[in-house]
Design a protein around this ligand. Sequence first.
Ligand code: NAD
Length: 542
Amino acid sequence: MLIFLRCLHASALTVLSSDKRLTYVTLLADESIHPRFEEALKKVQGEFAKHHPMYVGGKKVLSSEGEFDVRSPIDTRIELGSFQKGTADHARKAISAANQGFEDWSGRSWTERVSIIRRAADLIEGRMFNLAALVTYEVGKNRYEAIAEVSEAVDMFRYYADLMDENEGYVKPMKPGAPGERTKSILKPYGAWAVVSPFNFPLALAAGMVAGALITGNTVVFKPTSAAPFSGLKLYEILTEGGVPTTAINYITGPGSSVGDEIAKNHNVSGIAFTGSKDVGMKLYRDFVNGQPYPKPFISEMGSKNPAIITSKADLEKAAEGVVRGAFGYGGQKCSATSRVYVERVVKNDFLKILKNKVEQIKVGDPREKAVFVGPVINEQSTKKYERSLQTALKEGAIIVASSTSEPKGSTPKGYYVKPVVLIGLPSTHRLAKEELFVPFVIVDEFKTLKEAMQKANDTEFGLTAGIFTQDPKEQEYFFDHIGFGVTYANRKGGATTGAWPGSQSFGGWKGSGATGKGVGGPYYLLEFMHEQAQTVVEERP
Ligand code: NAD
């Protein structure tokens, strides 16, 4: 049977188990994670169905607009909690609080900020299983993916702390411009940042953006997705417990549009870090450019439509495994998910045969169960998008070549379950081969030459992740030379297009997949949160 994991980098995943750190490989074999995760699944239920405030300047804030309920996509009868319907006014107050907190936080030494982020990383690590169980309940990830997400948050914090150390707080001596001058370049924080995060990595991606802003000395107004604000609340609690002052981080919840409208036009916002869909990201980008008196940093990580290319020189077994993991890990709800596959015509039938066999084995159902690989999609909109896409594809000539055979409803009939599906017969120019669907839906097409495959792969407005399977080094080189994507892989059995890990793969999209061209978890990420100041002192001459 296949064992599936989230997009992990084999050598990089570390999870603290008992008193030792484990690698990805040992995690798979480590039976001790199961009782601990299962215990955590029970334990976190004690925190469910409560009412949660927002936190502005350290004070609990309730909204006169009321609350919204968050339910588990695993089974909508599970009420996770009620969160505040924050408004533009709350966003305004949070921005004001973050500005008030800026002097204190940015005035601390970078080494103090680094130790606070490291302390927060330790706290997350110590709560690994409880946080993972919450992620499972909140967004429907299986246990491996959930544990990996928490571990990724830990490694993200530590990687950014290491970067600050390596760069000695980003203070660099420079050459004197004239005799008698002492010069240096120093990177400084901008001010108060708005951080807006998506549902699919409710802890790790929020953690990455928030830590990037904080460790560099900025303060934060953090708005998690309304689909999964609970993990975001835990992040807020851990950061403040770790030592981030409550004036430096604010937590607001509620509709993205009211917060979005305010952060775009509020002149006291110094920068925005957003991760989410291209449509929302582009709207926020345009509104921010129009709403501000001068250019300000806008970090935006957005969606994609990620291709995998399989040539006749590929190990087809590995390629099929990589496609299954890349496409169906977390039900296709990763920004890096493989959603288009281009196979060289001469091996297409052989490849599809192996792929079919693997897809049929995928167990879909309640992700609390150990054997389940694909849990629910996030909400009803996603199930409808899946159904509409499938109907359109079939009406327009597509054929299903592989689908999971396990009954998707599992033991809990009230969740949002759909079956992973692979289709052929749609041209690569079809709308469904162009739009990000974010459901377990993969289109396979064929090619005759690698040049043709590359053209098809690159013919998109997105550019996040792409992969190739070939044993031929020349083909690999051709792929890396010509692919227009930010995160690229050759022969990634663990996920054809998935698997970035902080400190190993910078994770940033080209074109419509990202605004800055510098990746999350990469060596240049922190630079985006700071502006440079050149300092010159002219020494008095005797
Ligand atoms: P989304 O765009 O629907 O929402 C993202 C966030 O934006 C949420 O917090 C939401 O409340 C907020 N929002 C909604 N309307 C807003 C507005 N008008 N102004 C400001 N904020 C607003 O995305 P999602 O469904 O939560 O997440 C899935 C998407 O995120 C996919 O497109 C996926 O590819 C993308 N994603 C990208 C990356 C990456 O690194 N490139 C990583 C994860 C997810």
